[in-house]
Design a protein around this ligand. Structure first.
Ligand code: ZN
Ligand code: ZN
Length: 136
């Protein structure tokens, strides 16, 4: 199972809460808060409590298995799987639906900025916010 591979590749013990939470996060197309993950968990396995969810998320963040892509309006952190690929998203600020942007628009810009500043640019973050067709 892919979830178990992710855990073992990161040197993490395979536990039921970890596998279940990873599984949930891999099958959603929007970031989830700890509470939203917990609610989904309740339908699968009632033995996992909210503090376990927080602990698991903390471990996942530390190991960069998941990331916090942005802060929602209510300031609660939400989480998505970190695919380790270079991607940008257009995010609906009402329902948090995410749409992938095909191509990174910064490649040329980064090169000229490196020349200008003498920095070696290693990464960037870029997210676009808007209202999706469903929420209009
Ligand atoms: Zn929406
Ligand atoms: Zn980019």
């Amino acid at each position: 199972m892919e979830q178990i591979n992710i855990l073992t590749q990161n040197g993490l013990k395979v536990t039921k809460p970890r596998v279940t939470i990873l599984n949930i996060l891999e099958h959603v197309n929007k970031p989830l808060t700890a509470e939203e993950i917990y609610l989904k968990l309740q339908k699968i396995d009632k033995s996992i409590n909210l503090s376990t969810v927080y602990r698991v998320l903390e471990v996942f963040i530390k190991n960069q298995i998941i990331t916090k892509p942005f802060i929602k309006d209510d300031n609660k952190a939400s989480f998505i799987i970190n695919h380790h690929e270079h991607k940008h998203f257009l995010i609906c600020s009402k329902c948090q639906k995410m749409v992938e942007i095909g191509e990174c628009p910064f490649k040329t810009f980064e090169k000229s900025l490196e020349k200008e500043t003498n920095f070696t640019i290693t990464n960037h973050r870029f997210e676009l916010f808007g209202i999706c067709p469903n929420c209009k």
